[in-house]
Design a protein around this ligand. Sequence first.
Ligand SMILES: NC(=O)c1ccc[n+]([C@@H]2O[C@H](COP(=O)([O-])OP(=O)(O)OC[C@H]3O[C@@H](n4cnc5c(N)ncnc54)[C@H](O)[C@@H]3O)[C@@H](O)[C@H]2O)c1
Ligand SMILES: O=C(O)CC[C@@H](O)C(=O)O
Length: 529
Amino acid sequence: MFKVLVSDPISDMGIQKLYDAADVQVDKKTGLSEDELAAIIGEYDALLVRSQTRVTRRIMEAGTRLKVVGRAGVGVDNIDLTAATDRGIVVINAPDGNTITTCEHTFAMMMALARHIPQAYAKTISGVWDRKSFLGVELRGKTLGVVGLGRIGSEVAKRAKAFGMNILGYDPFMSEERAEKLGIKLASVDEIVRTADFMTVHTPLTPETRHMIGRKQFEVMKKGMRIINCARGGIIDELALVEAIDQGIVAGAAFDVFEEEPPKPDHPFLHHPKIIVTPHLGASTVEAQENVAIDVSEEVLHVLRDEPFKNAVNMPPVPPDVAKKLQPYFGLGEALGRFLGQIVTGAVGEIIVNYSGELADVDTQPLTRYLVKGVLTNHLGVEAVNIVNAMHLAKQRDVNIIVQKSTASKGFTNLVRLTLKTNKEERTVAGTLLSGYGARIVEIDGYSIDASPEGILLLVSHNDRPGIIGRMGTLLGSNNVNIATMQVGRKSIGGSAIMVLTVDNHVPKEVIDQLLQQPEINSVHEINF
Ligand SMILES: NC(=O)c1ccc[n+]([C@@H]2O[C@H](COP(=O)([O-])OP(=O)(O)OC[C@H]3O[C@@H](n4cnc5c(N)ncnc54)[C@H](O)[C@@H]3O)[C@@H](O)[C@H]2O)c1
Ligand SMILES: O=C(O)CC[C@@H](O)C(=O)O
């Protein structure tokens, strides 16, 4: 039974799938302090949050069973991603569910700003009928600068077109072609600042975007600009903005987000007649909250059940078509890694993976994670390594990972070859996925073999002499070790050879020592999958 903790207010309808799952128990405990959360998180496999719960390193470390943190929304600034990756915890978000809602809030803010709606409302309900102070401006014919043309920025641009606005846009990842389709003229931030009438930002908050609109930009800004921020506090320098308004450069601003949330009572935005604010309501609609909760619940279930998932923030995204092609190979990849990880001696310095056949044309990055996970598991333990932190752990240990592709696949339609270089030796294993048979090991250190990577294997390297196979059988049998299958590979008659046996039970150390005392046997390894 998986235990899921929901620690922020998240739509019950949205997480119905979790309530309905027979293998999941959901506990809802909101408003917990960090101490309270740290005290109970150890019981849970998954944590579901919105933006209130701060999922710090301390929480990650106390979450000894924690496999996944799900964020019902886009921004993950309340989650320590480095700590999550260090501990192999997948962080999932729901990037699509609140796009339209946030875009509509941006529009609501832009129109409220253009027509002074909040100020006029406040005055009217205070009993003052003031029709002179609130002369607004039309949107039609004005230029809107959109900085950040991702999901929300693009939707804002589409709607602004319908209002008859001209759109200038900036996003390092927006192609000319797509911009043209959306009716956006690409421009630099500097051009937008100098020429637009309205400006709205829709980027994440990163070291690059922090204060990307600051004093320098306000100095050259078109007089009368109106600015909207429904993305993240800090993209626009708050103090510099207040100065720019007071100097008459900026006509007004509408902010849903703040550098510090909630803002302190003396925050200048809360008292400025030309700044309108909402308390981070961008995603707050019934529809968006349900959407993000549905999306994140589904993904959390996938992670818990070891099924492929797509919205992990601390792992590169895998397009569904690639995931579908690669998924059958994940078991093979991990098994090859575990195989070599258990037989190499010395410190691993290099992991070389070669994909050939039909795998040569696929983006195999996700599969490489499984191979690396398999290699590291032997030394670091099953609990410590997973596909989220495998590459990170390898990098931390200065292990060089080299991925090669080739078309030659020794007659197999697909072949994965793994080589480990340590300070003492270099060893190789290759495997394939055979239709109807599943994963097979087809080569070990250059010897052709056919073994299934499951259960317990015994890998014996010996000299090819008459009687050796019989002696092996007798020795194992007399020690109650039952042999299920046996495969022998050799390069030449009478030369060195290997044996791969599948055995039904563990081979005690003293039996391995007895085997090693046989003059023709050079090494024996038990490999567990
Ligand atoms: N107010 C709210 O409640 C609310 C709700 C949802 C999302 N958000 C925030 O809105 C923002 C946008 O969300 P989204 O879903 O559109 O994200 P997105 O990832 O789809 O789009 C972000 C875009 O910003 C661009 N970008 C990154 N660095 C840039 C830079 N230096 N200059 C220009 N563009 C840059 C990226 O290329 C990307 O296209 C995020 O910060 C998100 O957290 C706020
Ligand atoms: O309301 C929320 O949960 C925050 C929404 C928004 O900032 C997000 O990042 O998705």
